[in-house]
Design a protein around this ligand. Structure first.
Ligand SMILES: *[C@@H]1O[C@H](CO)[C@@H](O)[C@H](O)[C@H]1NC(C)=O
Ligand SMILES: *[C@@H]1O[C@H](CO)[C@@H](O)[C@H](O)[C@H]1NC(C)=O
Length: 418
């Protein structure tokens, strides 16, 4: 554990204390701190486990609202993580069960409560929560790894592209990419290293999603000061993309055309234009064709914005300043992304209802998702940066041409008649 971390941060301190206790450095102190309060001794009486038992039977919807998953999915997740978070009872105390640990962790994500606040729902002392939540997160990431990974073969990539073409009318699109800031409290002793351009402290969550709002890749942790493009260039993913080390198929003819184009990701203006990364035209005056292209790109890009929207409206911890040191905050964000994919995979219905923009395909009009109306969500701020090469520009021009000819969709022109 991070015993050498600066000690004036309350949360980190709590974790350090908990960690220290666990390795036996400070057993006496833990006994006092954790068992001091009488009501905490009566956890079975006062924790939300009783409430959840009742909700499971009489109000499954409230259960899901409380933990962001139904009891069946919870059971599956619990079975997966239990081997990693099970503790033995000691003579002094009964261990906190894996179920309690998972309840606490999921509730922490869903509620956005601090450990102090969560104490009253879980009947677990705040510093103990700090310890077990991180531990449970690490277990969740471990067991859900297979739900969040890049396609491993050309055909797997082609399948992603087919889904994109079918759902969002963007052929050869492998995924949409974007980055968001997640605010954290100023980490002690870091000066302005994590200070972002909007004058708050943050870490960056960069993600790529497929046509089904599932993350294919997430990269969390660059400090908030770096621009989006800058962060992207530093990712292992960007390196692999440039070195063609991702098993992405070579350029191919678009289905039933003679137009040969590479497979690409789509991003916003913050990203560099690359052979395998398309972004909108950003100049001031655009031709009609370029506006159509931009519309078609933004339509595909909306998937990642919506994925972030779903993520933050489900796991409200991401809306607040996370009161943890950056290393812990990174684990929290990563865990949210893994849970997101897990829930998408099990199609936990209503999980995304209201969380995504709804498009009227006849008019091209977009009804904004609930989360866009929620001002607190704007705390996940957008980012900036840029780059361009000649070849990439030619590819963009070809896509632009395609969208204005054989690849046109009937409603795209209406966009400009309003
Ligand atoms: C952006 O361009 C600079 C030089 O203009 C180059 O060094 C850098 O690698 C480029 N970044 C990406 C992501 O291509
Ligand atoms: C792809 O298109 C080119 C023309 O641009 C054509 O000559 C070639 O036969 C096509 N390839 C396939 C595999 O259809």
């Amino acid at each position: 554990m991070h015993l050498n971390m600066p000690s004036n941060d309350a949360a980190c301190l709590a974790i350090i204390i908990a960690a220290a206790c666990d390795v036996g450095v400070n057993k006496r102190k833990r006994k006092q701190r954790v068992w001091m309060k009488e009501w905490l001794k009566k956890r079975s009486l006062f924790s939300h486990a009783n409430l959840l038992k009742e909700l499971q039977v009489s109000s499954p919807l409230d259960y899901k609202n409380y933990l962001r998953m139904n009891s069946t999915t919870f059971g599956e997740l619990l079975a997966l993580v239990t081997p990693y978070i099970q503790k033995k009872d000691t003579i002094l105390r009964e261990a906190i069960s894996p179920k309690q640990r998972l309840f606490a962790t999921l509730r922490y994500f869903a509620s956005g409560l601090t450990f102090e606040g969560l104490k009253f729902e879980t009947a677990i002392a705040a510093q103990t929560l700090g310890h077990i939540i991180i531990e449970t997160c690490e277990a969740i990431i471990k067991v859900l790894k297979k739900y969040l990974k890049l396609p491993q073969s050309e055909n797997e990539w082609r399948n992603e592209a087919e889904a994109f073409a079918r759902k969002w009318n963007f052929p050869h699109c492998l995924g949409a990419i974007d980055g968001k800031h997640v605010k954290i409290f100023k980490p002690p002793g870091t000066g302005s290293y994590y200070f972002n351009y909007k004058h708050s402290f943050s870490i960056v969550l960069m993600g790529i999603v497929n046509a089904n709002y599932e993350f294919l890749m997430v990269d969390v942790g660059a400090n908030g000061r770096v621009s989006d493009g800058g962060v992207f260039s530093n990712t292992a993913f960007c390196k692999k993309l440039v070195e063609k080390d991702l098993c992405i198929p070579e350029p191919e003819n678009l289905t039933s055309t003679n137009i040969k184009l590479p497979y690409v990701f789509v991003g916003d203006d913050a990203f560099p234009l690359m052979e395998n990364l398309m972004k909108p035209f950003s100049k001031k005056t655009l031709s009609n064709e370029e506006m159509i292209y931009n519309y078609r790109v933004s339509r595909s890009r909306r998937i990642i914005e919506n994925a972030f929207g779903i993520l933050a409206s489900r796991f409200r911890i991401l809306l607040n300043e996370i009161n943890l040191c950056p290393e812990k905050a990174v684990i929290i964000v990563l865990t949210c992304c893994h849970l997101h994919n897990f829930l998408r995979h099990y199609k936990v219905e209503s999980y995304y209802q209201g969380g995504i923009d709804v498009e009227n395909i006849n008019s091209g009009e977009v009804a904004n998702a609930d989360w866009r109306a929620d001002p607190t969500l704007l705390q996940l701020q957008a980012l900036r940066g840029r780059n361009t090469t000649t070849v990439a520009k030619q590819i963009r021009a070809q896509f632009c041409n395609y969208f204005n000819t054989v690849g046109a969709v009937p409603w795209q022109n209406k966009i400009f008649q309003q």
